[in-house]
Design a protein around this ligand. Structure first.
Ligand code: GAP
Length: 500
């Protein structure tokens, strides 16, 4: 049987979401006037607002809801030995394979996984599971020849050339490197960080001492990470430059499973609090553990191209701090003066264990966008219409309210502008007076604005306006004096944070 690998991202819904994101200012291909740069994207005027809101609510959930978690903002460049200690120089690679006819490069493990997905779709779940397990065993044993044999035996072909004319499988390091130093002879190789976590590990003692932190405590950080991904597709799902939101939770050795369980639950709740329904989220235990972990699970979201990883929760033991201690020759230890009930003595000095939560800001953005994209049929018979809108959580929406005078005369624009000027200090609002009110409602639906405030002739008489609700399209009349409190309440961080 010839098995063509079909790029799953090329399904209709995903295409619609990608073009919606571009058309309404959420995400643009990077340097598009030069035909773009593969796997790199820019966030537009709406996208940056939505992404910033997601980042803010993550940061607050970490550092505001937990008085034992603090934030930092470490540099992207780090001493090169960092990446030796973390294992990234020696072990951060993916198995790659080239097709000699199309000259295209693939991740060998992804080719096999996609083959398994095809089997599952064809009702052969047992065969698919067996294939995935076999792949995991071969990768665990670093048996690249075995992975190659699997590709040959499964008769996997290149989706471009259609042939099985493959090179051998090789390891490919995903770190980008560059030179630092202005004089060529003195220049040394440094790396663009492939994860933000190491900036936290190397600052563990700085924060612990200056913040007088007691274990258990966490350090949270949001920042850019870079990976030279072999397979770069599925829009912002897999990028070469992306943003991570990571938290390292430093704990006493032996307590890691308890904290691992707690963070699994808390992080799942956070995703649900953003408005993502439970049935679109699931846990997926790792078959193959990363070089640093003794337990690991992904939180997966059901993207239009299937359930895929959005966040990783890893029990990293003392792997990182232990290695930094060894390579830097600086103790990375904590003195724990709590009493160990078993011995009646303080726990004393140890290298803490770490449970990490790591979520991609861009993947989370994509999940929120995919979840919000709604096509709906309204009306009946001849007046039936299709409506597209973004059902975003009001707190995450780029614009919270649009202030719209129903006509451009009779003093309505002036009154609407007065309202806009009053609200803008507290709430992200816009003012629009071009086109019919219906068209303006539609434009705001498309970017997910939860409230449209219509200013009409009655407003001039009694200082009331109508609020048109995005999802139900229902309208209610409220006093201008109540607007600020009402909108703030429905778009406050609290609406999300109290559900985490
Ligand atoms: N510090 C642990 C770590 O980096 P990871 O599973 O490699 O673990 C964590 O990455 C998260 O970062 C992923 O769950 C994903 O959301 C995001 N991520 C990783 N690679 C990415 C990429 N190429 N593009 C977009 N997001 C990515």
């Amino acid at each position: 049987m010839e098995n063509k690998v079909v790029a799953p991202a090329e399904n209709g819904l995903m295409k619609k979401i990608v073009s919606h994101a571009k058309e309404y200012g959420f995400v643009f291909p990077s340097s598009e006037i030069y035909d773009g740069l593969q796997a790199v994207y820019d966030y537009g005027q709406m996208g940056v607002e939505l992404k910033n809101n997601i980042k803010t609510v993550w940061y607050k959930a970490m550092t505001q809801l937990n008085d034992n978690i603090v934030g930092i903002d470490a540099a992207i460049f780090m001493h090169p030995l960092t990446w030796k200690a973390s294992g990234h120089i020696d072990g951060f690679s993916d198995p790659m394979i080239d097709n000699k006819d199309s000259k295209k490069r693939y991740r060998a493990d992804v080719l096999v996984e996609e083959r398994a997905a095809q089997m599952e779709a064809a009702g052969k779940k047992d065969e698919a599971d067996a294939l995935v397990k076999k792949l995991a065993r071969l990768l665990e044993a670093d048996d690249l020849k075995g992975v190659q044999d699997l590709i040959t035996n499964e008769k996997i072909t290149c989706p471009i050339s259609g042939t099985a004319n493959w090179t051998e499988v090789r390891q490919f390091n995903l770190m980008f490197s560059t030179q630092v130093g202005s004089v060529a002879e003195d220049a040394s190789t440094i790396y663009l960080r492939p994860e933000t976590a190491q900036g936290i590990f190397v600052n563990f003692l700085n924060v612990q001492k200056t913040g007088r932190m007691k274990i258990p405590f966490g350090i949270a950080q949001i920042g850019k990470a870079f990976r030279n991904e072999i397979v770069a597709r599925q829009f912002t799902f897999r990028m070469r430059e992306f943003e991570q939101m990571e938290m390292q939770f430093f704990i006493r050795p032996g307590t890691e499973m308890e904290w691992y369980k707690k963070w699994k639950e808390t992080r799942l709740n956070w995703h649900k609090a953003l408005g993502i329904p439970a049935e679109k989220l699931r846990f997926h235990d790792h078959e193959k553990l990363a070089h640093y972990a003794n337990a690991a699970v992904d939180i997966e979201f059901e993207f239009p191209f299937g359930f895929k990883e959005m966040e990783g929760i890893h029990s990293r033991t003392d792997f990182d701090l232990g290695n930094h201690q060894e390579l830097s020759k600086k103790k990375q230890q904590y003195f724990d003066n709590d009493i160990d009930e078993a011995t009646g003595k303080p726990y004393g000095n140890y290298v803490p264990y770490v449970v990490e939560t790591s979520v991609g800001a861009d993947r989370c953005f994509l999940a929120v966008l995919c979840n919000a994209y709604t096509e709906e049929v309204t009306g009946e018979g001849e007046s039936q219409k299709e409506r597209v809108y973004l059902k975003l959580h009001p707190t995450l929406a780029p614009i919270k309210a649009a202030i719209l005078p129903i006509t451009k005369k009779d003093g309505l624009p002036e009154k609407a502008m007065e309202i806009y000027n009053e609200l803008k200090y507290d709430i992200k609002v816009t003012y629009e007076d071009k086109d019919s009110i219906g068209k303006r409602y539609t434009r705001n639906d498309l970017i997910g604005t939860p409230f449209c405030i219509a200013v009409d002739h009655q407003t001039l008489e009694d200082n009331t306006v109508t609020i048109r609700h995005r999802d139900s399209m229902e309208q209610e009349r409220v006093a201008i004096s109540e607007l600020r409190l009402k909108i703030r309440k429905e778009t406050s961080w609290r609406t999300i944070l109290e559900k985490v």
